[in-house]
Design a protein around this ligand. Sequence first.
Ligand SMILES: [Zn+2]
Length: 238
Amino acid sequence: MAPPRRRDQKPASRGTRSSELAAARKAVAEVSRRLASSGMVPATAGNVSVRAGDLVAITPTGASLAELTAKQVSVVDFEGRLVAGDLEPSSELGLHLGIYREYAAGAVVHTHAPACTAVASVRDELPCIHYSMLGFGGAVPVAPYATYGSAELAANVVAALAGRSATLMASHGAVTFGPTLAKAYEAMELLEWASDLYLRTLPLGEPRVLTAEQTEAVVLTSRQRQYGTTKRVPKRRA
Ligand SMILES: [Zn+2]
C-alpha cells in the first residue's frame, strides 16, 4: 500500500498514461481552435481544460486560440503546478481546478461569448425559456462579479454551479462543464444560443418560462427517449 500523500507533496501522476495525456493536450488544442473560429471568443479571451487522470491539460495564458498546438497546451496537477509544457497556464486556472475539485467534471469551457456576456451584464439569471436548457439544469444563474483570475471569482463560479453544469458570470462571460470536452463545448454552444434567444424575446416582452409541470414532463420524456443520442433504425428484412 502506498503511503498517504501529504498535501504539500507533488501528486504521483502514475494514474495518467502518456498516451492519455497526449490525447488530452490534442483535444484542448482542437477545441481551442474550434472556439476561435466559432465567433464565441474575441482574440485570446477563452480557455478550455480537460482532466486526464490526476492531471489537467489547459489552454496557456495569452495564446492565440486560432493557432494553438498540442505542444503549447499546459499540463498541471491538482495543486496548479506545471508538470508539462513551457507556457504559463490560463489566468483562470483556479476556476477550472475549483470545478474539478467540487464536481464530477471531465472538462471545462470558459468564454466571453457575446450573448452570454450581454445577459450576464444586465440580469441575475437566464430563465428557462426553452426545454433544451434542461440539458444543463434549467435556469442558469449569474455568478457575482469578481476580478478575473481571482480566488473570489473561482469561488463565486463554483458556488453558482451547484445543481447546474453551466453558469453565466456577471460582466464577464460564461462557464460550462461536462463529462468530455466535446460535451462541455456543446453545452457552451447551447448556452450561447439560449442567451441569444432570450435577447431576441425581450423586445417582444417577457418570455414565457417553463413551469414545474412542463419541466417534469420534459425530464420524463428525455429519460424515455434518451434525448441527445442517435438511434439506429432497426433493419428491415428484404
Ligand atoms: Zn474570462
